[in-house]
Structures are given as C-alpha cells and as structure tokens.
Write a protein that binds this ligand. Structure first.
Ligand code: SAH
Length: 217
C-alpha cells in the first residue's frame, strides 16, 4: 500500500477545494490533508481520481462519500476531544478516519458483510486502531454502548430512527440526511431534553439509502 508525496500533494489541493466550498474547521481540513483516501478505495484503477471531490464506488453497490459532504457533516457535529461518536454506515471507513483524526471515540455500524470485513482489516493497517466496528443494522444503533455525545448517519434515511434519538445524550447532536427521493435534506438535531429536540435543516445532499436489517448481498 503506497502513499507517496504525489498523493500528499493531491490531498493538500483537495483540502483547499473543500475549504473553498465553505468548510472552515481547520481540524477537519487537516484530517482531509492527512487521510490516504486512495487506500480506502478498493478498485486500484480509481486511485488516480481519489483526490477529486467526488464519491466513488467501493463495491456492494455502495460509495465512499464525497469529501466535502464528509467535511460538512463532521463540522456540524462540533466535536470535542474524546467525544463518544456513533457512526451509521462505516462503508470505506473514510468518515470513520476523519472522526478519529479529530480525537473522537468512534463506534461505527455497517450492514454489508463484505464492506464490514474489508474495513475492519484496512483501518488498523492505516494506523486507525481505536474505532469499534460493528456488523449490524444502524436503525437500531448500539444500545449496549449508549449514550453517545454525537451520532452521524452517512446514508439517506427515510425518517429519523427513534432508537438513535434515544441513544443520544441530552446536549448531544445527531446529523442525518433525511429523505426518500433522489436527494436528502441534511438535518442537525439537538437533543435539548429527554423528549425535546431542536431541528436545523441545512440543504440538499445525495446519499445511498439507509437500508433495513443486515445485508446479505
Ligand atoms: N461513511 C462511509 C459512507 C459509505 S455509504 C464512507 O465514508 O465511505 C453508506 C454506508 O451505509 C454503506 O456502506 C451502506 O452499506 C451502509 N448502510 C446502509 N444501510 C445501513 C444500515 N441500516 N445500517 C448500517 N449501515 C448501513
């Protein structure tokens, strides 16, 4: 697995592109500059495109998210060092790596066995050893490890899963793209009391769908 000066140069440019699109959080930009995204894309033929600000296929009909989208969602989480974060949709592990770079304690769930198996091996190989990765259904969250300071959903959800709201701390933030059509509305939900929530809507994005139950394909 080769990470070269050329890749590092391309990453610096990618961080600049993402900054130009409006991302201000320096820790997020630095994570983009640091993470060898090409090594998280299984198809070697796509590696030369890995530092374009685009999603790419990662197998099982899924994609590695667009860096701008990853940065946008991460910024919305307002992460503090050691925040306990639940990620729904591990996929390539790119978003997971960004959360780890920002000092979060990460728990991440993936429903596709093939993606789960690959990312579980790959992330530690790249030095990302502390994430707790789970094969399962993200709609249910991880009750055994709740509550979480922050929750991030990286697939388009038809609705906000009740279990995720339950597993969020009071004072916590859930970032989730919601919608069943071609695009989803990015929502940031602040849990202000046990049963009280404040919702912000932050524009349209395009995600693969959050699917029910564990994947067999
Ligand atoms: N965070 C990933 C994004 C991958 S795309 C990255 O940075 O690359 C969304 C991921 O969500 C896919 O891997 C898909 O398999 C997964 N997914 C879809 N429905 C899910 C569910 N119910 N529970 C957990 N993961 C799910």
């Amino acid at each position: 697995m080769l990470d070269t000066y050329r890749h590092k140069g391309l990453r610096k440019q990618l961080a600049e592109v993402v900054a130009q699109k409006g991302i201000r959080d320096l820790a997020v930009l630095s994570a983009i500059e640091t993470i060898p995204r090409h090594l998280l894309i299984p198809d070697n033929a796509l590696h030369k495109f890995a530092y374009q600000d685009k999603p790419f296929p990662i197998g099982s009909g899924q994609t590695i998210s667009q860096p701008y989208t990853v940065a946008f969602q991460t910024e919305l989480l307002e992460l503090k060092e050691r925040d306990k974060v639940l990620e729904i949709g591990t996929g390539s592990g790119y978003q997971t790596a960004v959360l780890l770079e920002l000092g979060a304690k990460v728990f991440s769930i993936e429903r596709q066995r093939a993606l789960f198996d690959r990312t579980k091996v790959l992330l530690p190989q790249l030095g990302y050893t502390s994430a707790k990765l789970f094969f399962g259904d993200g709609y249910k969250g991880l009750p055994a490890f709740a509550p979480f300071d922050k929750i991030i959903v990286t697939a388009g959800a038809p609705y906000v899963p009740e279990d995720l709201l339950k597993q969020l701390k009071v004072g916590g933030i859930l970032v989730i793209p919601v919608g069943e059509g071609d695009t989803q509305q990015m929502k940031r939900i602040f849990k202000v009391g046990e049963q009280q929530f404040e919702v912000e809507e932050l524009g349209d994005f395009r995600f693969v769908p959050l699917l029910k139950d564990k994947g067999r394909d």
